[in-house]
Ligand binder design. Structure first.
Ligand SMILES: *Cc1c(COP(=O)(O)O)cnc(C)c1O
Length: 387
């Protein structure tokens, strides 16, 4: 065992079931281990390294800001935050932004904004947020409570009250769950950790119709689906709807910890001084990097993401031991006849990094992956699956 592994296993809390791989550096869609072995990376962190490893433009944006000011408190103005917030609003139709450091925090802000909106307008009773079965919204106590999977809740009660779980893609169940105490519906357009399951258009239409009828806020958790991942800037854009709140993180920072909660017209002025805050949120180095990432997320790239996704789906569908292929753009879940963890370990031996979600193989390659690299990785995966 090498030194890193030994120290890690001795001194780190054992919260991760790590694969037997130490990543030391990377370039584009390729990661390298300490022995110099190359791995085609179809995980990109967990959908974080949007432009892969060592993107020159992103590095330049980050290091230029690093040389100016690495941090100042949110008591003062910084240009990267201001420009990034402007860019996010202009490209989404949202009105204001709150910056944080992670997906869970982006959701915490969304939950707080929704509850305060309802408190201000209807009083304290209206505090229930509907979330979906099999959803994943984070590991903090509130976002864990929002997560509609019992396996995550075990050991950590009492949970934060005020969340009610509804079966995804069941419009009748959603309608039945609405009452006067519901202030918001929180949903992932494509459930990521839950198995890469897209919401149907019918369900999303019903969700927005109910929300409009009852002044319930719609919150899209785009932590994983956002920032070009599915072939549009945000996945809600596939459905022709505009949520009241959008939370995002992962790919937005390009690898640095960063989260954003985009606030639409109804809630743009809901949170005021003293209601919410973050010491590190909106860090200028992270924000400068995110501004560069956003500048690269344009229609020609989205078109490529959609085309590569269509190729990937066609290539995997019907191939040996593949049961189903679900997702959009460069976010895919593959249900197979095999054990997903075992498949991932075998892929790793061959020099291919893949993720899992439940018992599916999950693919989140960097958006910059070339068609050649995509084909190489998918062929390796098919070889493992065919055995
Ligand atoms: C990853 C993820 C989160 C949590 O993000 P962290 O940065 O780990 O806090 C929340 N929601 C969704 C949909 C995610 O995929």
């Amino acid at each position: 065992m090498n030194e890193t592994k030994e120290l890690d296993q001795t001194y780190l809390a054992a919260t991760y079931a790590r694969f037997d791989l130490e990543i030391t550096h990377g370039q584009g869609a390729t990661a390298y281990d300490e022995a110099g072995k190359a791995y085609l990376d179809f995980g990109a962190g967990i959908g974080v390294n949007a432009l892969g490893y060592s993107d020159k433009g992103w590095q330049a944006a980050v290091t230029a800001q690093l040389a100016k000011v690495q941090h100042t408190s949110n008591l003062y103005y910084t240009a990267p935050q201001a420009h990034l917030a402007q860019a996010l609003c202009q490209r989404t139709g949202m009105k204001k932004v709150f910056f944080s450091n992670s997906g869970a925090e982006a959701n915490e802000c969304a939950i707080k904004a929704a509850r305060k909106y309802a408190f201000d307008k209807y009083g304290p009773e209206r505090n229930v947020i509907l979330t979906l079965v099999n959803s994943f919204h984070g590991r903090t106590l509130a976002t864990l409570s929002a997560t509609g999977q019992d396996s995550f809740h075990q050991y950590f009660g009492p949970l934060v009250p005020g969340f009610r779980y509804v079966e995804a893609n069941n419009p009748q169940a959603l309608e039945a769950a609405v009452d006067d105490n519901v202030c918001a519906i929180l949903f992932e357009p494509i459930q990521g950790e839950g198995g890469v399951t897209p919401l149907t258009k019918e369900f999303v239409d019903k969700l927005f119709a109910l929300a409009a009828e009852h002044d319930i806020l719609t919150i899209a958790d785009e932590v994983q689906t956002g920032n070009g991942r599915t072939g549009t800037l945000y996945a809600y854009m596939h459905y022709g709807v505009l949520p009241d709140i959008v939370s995002t993180a992962k790919g937005l920072g390009g690898g640095l910890p960063f989260g954003a909660t985009l606030l639409g017209n109804k809630v743009k002025d809901t949170l005021t001084a003293g209601n919410h805050g973050s010491t590190f949120g909106g860090n200028p180095v992270c924000a400068a990097g995110a501004l560069y990432i956003l500048s690269q997320l344009n229609e020609p790239l989205f078109e490529q993401v959609r085309q590569k996704g269509a190729w990937l789906k066609a290539s995997l569908e019907g191939s040996p031991n593949v049961i189903s292929v679900t997702g959009m753009g460069l976010m895919w879940g593959i249900e197979t006849t095999k054990d997903a963890k075992e498949v991932a370990a075998q892929c790793l031996n061959k020099g291919l990094i893949v993720l899992t979600a439940k018992n599916k193989i999950r693919l989140l390659p960097p958006l910059c992956i070339s068609q050649t690299e995509l084909e190489q990785g998918i062929n390796q995966l098919k070889e493992v699956l065919a055995k």
